[in-house]
Every structure is written in C-alpha cells, then in structure tokens.
Design a protein around this ligand. Structure first.
Ligand code: ATP
Length: 228
C-alpha cells in the first residue's frame, strides 16, 4: 500500500477524572513523534474494568475541553459519554473506521498499566483489525516487555510489535508500538486524593481545569452525589 495517501489519527480513551498533565504531555509527545493529523480524546462513559468515575460526564467533558482549548490538533469526542451501557473501545473504533475509511491509520493510545489488562477488554483482538496500539510506559508499570504480561498478550506483542514508526505508516492497523515518551508520575487518583486532603494540585493540571474544579467544588465531597 502506498504510504503517501493516508494520515495517522490518534485516539486517546480514558476516564479523564480529571484530565492532567500526564495525559496532555503524553499526547503532545506522541503528536510530535507520530505527526498525527489530529488527536481525539474520548472520555469513557461507564468503564467496564474499573470503578465508576467520580466526576459527572458533563464535568469530565468540560474539564477536557478547557484543557485542550488552545491546541488545534487536539479534539474532544464525547460519543462514549452518551452511549447506553458500558463503554467498549472496540465499538468506538468500529465507528471511527467507518467514518474515516481505510486510507488512514488509527493509533489508539494507552499507558502500560492499561495495556497489561488489554486481553480482558471486550473483543480485544478485533482492535488489531481496526487500529494500531500505541503504548506509553508509566511509572510503576515499567518494562511492559517483561514476563509479567499475560501470555496471550506476550504472544500478540511478539507478532505485532512495530520496529519503527514507519511500520505505522505502512498499514492502517495491526501494530503495537511501544513509544519512547517521557515518564510523568501524575495520576488522576493522586489529584482527587490531594483535593480531598486539601493539598495543592497546582501544576498537575492546567490552571483552567483547576479553576473549574474549584468553582464547581469538585472531588471535595459535595459533588460526589451528582447523577450525570
Ligand atoms: P486514575 O488515577 O483515576 O486511574 P489515570 O491518571 O490513570 O486515572 P485515566 O484517565 O484513567 O487517568 O487514563 C487514561 C489513559 O492515560 C490510560 O491509558 C492511562 O494508562 C494513561 N495515562 C494516565 N496518566 C498517565 C501518565 N502519567 N503517563 C502515561 N500514561 C498515562
């Protein structure tokens, strides 16, 4: 296939509860490295393999919007927030593939903590028919290539690991690329816990997101009962 005719689109799923500089810096580095035509953030509505998000769907989308507002390449896609039932990335990827056609590589981004659980995802192997998987190491989950990976994932990685970025341009889907990104020891859990403990979370997330959290008194207890 000619690699002149299609672009690379980044797809970044997560709870983003709240979005933070760990997410944003990773997205920026991957955008630069892979020369993405766009990078779409997709907040998950009801994730199947983890606790329900603390902040409402509305708040998580609003914070994400604020965080990416000055970046022309970054976009918010809220389709999973309003879909009924649990959020399955493969369903989103099927939709995306239909929308963009076959002449474009979809690059689904995840941290190594999430990658280690990939084989528990609904229809996880179908994802390789739809996208590449881009894995970024995360402090505490280093060396995803070590033998702590489930055997089915080790097998998949053996057969699919991209040797260079060029592989991602040769095919619209099917590779796993372990990206050389900078480790950022930031998590949404620590941000939420710090807010509850009345500790500073400044410089862990953009000022606009902090202001939003403050204005809406989020994560401090009072907002936890919001329904949507
Ligand atoms: P929580 O602490 O609530 O679990 P989180 O900080 O892990 O949240 P998520 O929104 O769940 O954030 O993560 C979305 C995606 O971003 C996941 O694939 C996760 O691995 C990745 N990610 C989050 N933070 C980082 C980070 N600091 N470095 C690399 N990847 C990250």
């Amino acid at each position: 296939m000619s690699n002149e005719n299609y672009s690379l689109i980044g797809i970044y799923g997560g709870t983003f509860d709240p979005i933070h500089y760990g997410h944003l810096r990773l997205a920026e580095e991957l955008n630069e490295l892979l020369v993405l035509s766009k990078l779409v953030f997709i907040p998950s509505g009801s994730p199947r393999l983890r606790n329900a998000p603390v902040a409402s769907k509305h708040h998580r989308a609003a914070m994400l919007s604020l965080a990416i507002q000055n970046n022309e390449t970054f976009m918010l896609d809220d389709r999973e927030l309003w879909r009924d039932g649990e959020s399955y990335s493969v369903v989103t990827l099927r939709e995306f593939r239909k929308e963009v056609g076959s002449e474009c590589a979809l690059c689904f981004i995840m941290g190594s903590d999430v990658f280690l659980n990939l084989s528990k995802w609904y229809c996880w192997q179908e994802m390789f028919e739809l996208c590449h998987i881009i894995v970024a190491d995360r402090p505490g989950y280093l060396s995803i290539l070590n033998n702590k990976m489930p055997s089915e994932l080790t097998e998949e990685l053996k057969g699919r690991q991209a040797s260079s970025i060029d592989d991602l341009k040769e095919s619209p889907h099917g590779f796993i690329f372990v990206a050389p990104t900078t480790l950022q020891d930031i998590s949404a859990t620590v941000i939420r816990e710090s807010i509850v403990a009345n500790q500073s979370v400044r410089y862990l997330t953009p000022e606009a997101v902090l202001e939003y959290i403050k204005t809406n008194r989020m994560y401090s207890g009072k907002e936890w009962n919001l329904k949507n």
